[in-house]
Design a protein around this ligand. Structure first.
Ligand code: ADP
Ligand code: ADP
Length: 216
């Protein structure tokens, strides 16, 4: 089963920049794919197209599994809402009953290791913990595919390593599909089942390999 498919995708901007050229990419259910490449090679554009926030100039993109969850670098939490209320927000917007969204939010909070912090406000938390809240908020809706836009880029090295381990544990446990972009080869190899390498001008996929020692 396929969670995300790009077939012969091009993206040109009005300015004349060809951000993506001939991109072929499939993410299977339960697969964790990391896209790595230098700044300007089109990683963010690829993710925006996958999310449906922007449309390709040519080619086909499909997400047969349905819902997508996003985790971005700036955690975009509502500062006046508690951790629990932030995590429960998508279910609230979807009109789910209070008891149900509370229970699901608590499950997600436990999964990311934030038990005990439910009533804290985002401003009281460290960067790593805010990132976990953002991850819990995405996990909460059990989407078929997660899109990660360099989510750990702003974290210090130690927190980043810890978050990478946490993320790996969560995805091994849940079996969700993920598409993660980064400019760090180390991060890519650590996290991925499969690494996709891009190069710039024009942005295209130049190599792709399975990580032989990947977690199951
Ligand atoms: P990366 O995320 O790998 O750094 P981007 O996807 O942000 O790369 O950018 C790929 C190329 O597309 C770059 O040359 C960038 O300048 C260009 N680009 C990105 N977004 C736009 C836009 N909205 N308008 C014009 N050019 C853009
Ligand atoms: P993280 O690695 O999640 O960014 P830190 O390294 O900043 O967390 O903090 C280490 C530990 O200190 C956390 O795992 C947490 O147990 C505790 N901690 C951090 N911020 C708070 C807070 N606002 N209130 C209570 N405990 C906190």
């Amino acid at each position: 089963q396929t969670a995300l498919s790009f077939v012969a995708v091009d993206k040109r901007f009005g300015s004349g920049t060809t951000a993506l050229s001939g991109v072929e990419l499939q993410v299977g259910a339960g697969e964790f794919v990391v896209v790595v490449g230098p700044s300007g090679c089109g990683k963010s554009t690829l993710l925006r197209l996958a999310s449906g926030l922007d449309a390709p100039s040519a080619g086909e993109i499909s997400t047969p599994g349905g819902d997508i969850g996003y985790v971005f670098q700036d955690a975009t939490l509502l500062p006046w809402r508690s951790v629990l209320a932030n995590v429960a927000l998508p279910a609230e917007l979807a009109g789910r009953p209070k008891a149900e969204r509370h229970e699901r939010a608590m499950d997600a909070i436990r999964l990311v290791g934030l038990d005990g912090f439910e009533e804290q406000l985002p401003g009281q938390l460290s960067g790593g913990m805010r990132m976990r809240v953002s991850l819990a908020r995405a996990l909460m809706m059990s989407p078929a595919l997660f899109l990660f836009d360099e989510p750990f880029g702003a974290l210090d090295e130690m927190t980043r390593l810890r978050m990478q381990e946490e993320l790996q544990r969560i995805f091994t446990e849940t079996g969700f599909a993920g598409l993660f972009i980064t400019h760090s080869v180390t991060e890519a190899v650590f996290l991925a089942n499969r690494v996709v390498v891009m190069s710039a001008r024009p942005g295209r996929i130049t190599a792709e390999f399975e990580v032989p020692f990947a977690h199951p």
